[in-house]
Ligand binder design. Structure first.
Ligand SMILES: CC(C)(COP(=O)(O)OP(=O)(O)OC[C@H]1O[C@@H](n2cnc3c(N)ncnc32)[C@H](O)[C@@H]1OP(=O)(O)O)[C@@H](O)C(=O)NCCC(=O)NCCS
Length: 191
């Protein structure tokens, strides 16, 4: 059945340059190193504490591990294929249709602008459509977040709404998108 819970255990996924592996409690240290960066958090939802507390990653990690144990969400640590297995970002999936919010991601700033999140998003999308067989993904971003906007555009998502939303940096317009399974598979087939 569509959007059936509990979700299966998070699988390890590979891309050309990345290993997306299940996030684990020890990833809190790398998260605490990279995540408290204003340029990174400013366009994330306002529930994220700022200034980021010294135990912010550990607290968030405990919440994530509990949500995963309940089978509600899948969390991948983004690591470099030829690296040391350390988390450099994160991507997650959840069937939150009601809030039109089904995928989240962030990447540490030293790795921006190399196409890495496009690569991670495509792989996780493939998993959502081909393995979980979700019919669509609702996605969203702050309209000012041009990088995140562009990833959705590149994936073939359709913009379906714009309305105000509370972000860490204050109220901004939120763009909501739908990425349909059939459209994504057709695009991949043509590529
Ligand atoms: C958004 C984010 C994940 C992008 O990661 P990334 O690995 O740099 O993204 P990619 O390189 O795969 O692709 C980004 C695309 O956006 C474009 N882009 C990035 N910044 C841009 C800007 N300011 N204006 C216009 N385009 C921009 C890039 O040129 C690229 O498009 P292209 O391939 O057509 O050139 C990263 O910046 C990040 O972690 N930001 C903070 C967290 C965040 O905003 N998460 C998403 C919340 S919705």
């Amino acid at each position: 059945m569509t959007f059936e819970l509990p979700l299966p255990p998070t699988p390890t996924l590979e891309t050309e340059r990345l290993i997306l592996r299940p996030m684990r409690a020890e990833d809190a240290a790398a998260t605490q190193r990279w995540f408290p960066d204003w340029e990174l958090v400013k366009h994330l939802h306002a529930g994220i504490p700022w200034p980021y507390p010294p135990d912010g990653a550990e607290t968030n990690m405990a919440d994530c591990m509990a949500a995963r144990a309940r089978g509600e969400q899948l969390y991948w640590a983004i690591t470099l294929k030829h690296g040391d297995d350390e988390l450099i970002g994160r991507i997650d999936l959840k069937p939150n249709v009601a809030e039109q919010d089904m995928r989240g991601f962030w990447l540490a700033r030293p790795w921006w602008g190399q196409g890495l999140m496009t690569e991670a998003a495509e792989r996780v999308t493939q998993y959502a459509f081909e393995v979980l067989e979700w019919p669509f993904l609702y996605l969203n971003n702050a309209a000012d977040n041009r990088g995140s906007h562009r990833i959705k555009e590149k994936q073939g998502a359709e913009l379906i709404g714009v309305r105000p939303h509370a972000y860490v940096c204050g109220e901004l317009l939120r763009e909501t998108w739908i990425l349909r399974r059939e459209a994504w598979l057709a695009r991949r087939g043509r590529a």
